[in-house]
Design a protein around this ligand. Sequence first.
Ligand code: ADP
Ligand code: MG
Length: 262
Amino acid sequence: MNEILKVINLTVKIGNRIIIQDINLSVNRGEIVAILGPNGGGKTTLIRTCLGFIKPYKGKVLLFGTSPKKAIKTGKVGYLPQKSITPKNFPFSAIDVVLLGLVNKKIPKDEKIKIAKKYISYVGMSGFENYPFSQLSGGQQQRISIARLLVAEPEIIFLDEPATGVDVVAQEGFYEFLRKLKEEKNITIIMVSHDIGVVGTFVDKVAGLNKKLHYYGEPKGFFQKHILEQLYGAEVRLLIHSPECISCEYFYIETPSKKEEN
Ligand SMILES: Nc1ncnc2c1ncn2[C@@H]1O[C@H](COP(=O)(O)OP(=O)(O)O)[C@@H](O)[C@H]1O
Ligand SMILES: [Mg+2]
């Protein structure tokens, strides 16, 4: 089956408030999709609804042609939630964290350790197996967390702001790594991100979400002033490196919410 995720006329209300409205999405196997939009725009809500964590909702979500709840049980779906700060006394080593991804597999312990080491190497973290997870850098923690997803051999992974808290150099390495994941394992990746500049260069589709889906398609069509203004509001400021570059990736966007964070 080529179409892995299909969302039809999805509306989610929390209490009386509409959080996301009339969302339509179609994601094919092996695609990388970035969900972009301002804080509070409903990105996490959309992902969590696709994973079956938010109910009730209006409309339809089909993951592998079935309900999210059933799809999750097949083990084909991985999810990395929006990152919370790891407490300094978090007692697990890197390999312990990766092994958590295999808790439901009925295979011998030494086999699990072999698999965990293989994926730690795959994410470029060999040598850190016994390092305390809490003492790794943000980027290293993300790689180990991805290894935890990969040991279960998912076909689709949902990553909620995986590069937040990761320094810029590590971020680029991380995006290259996602690309490799797609190319070598044909894994479908749905990712929430804030880095619209970087994202444009390596994703297949962009979903611009601010309650409604203002854009869904190839990155190049996304970088238009009217779409960015619809999405981020009138205060959006585009700093474009070269005048003809409005439709390419060389710009930086500053939103009111981003200013507050800094
Ligand atoms: N459990 C909840 N209860 C009440 N409001 C919520 C809940 N989850 C999300 N919201 C609200 O829904 C909106 C979208 O949130 P979210 O999906 O987290 O946005 P994003 O991930 O784009 O920042 C926000 O205004 C948030 O306050
Ligand atoms: Mg969020």
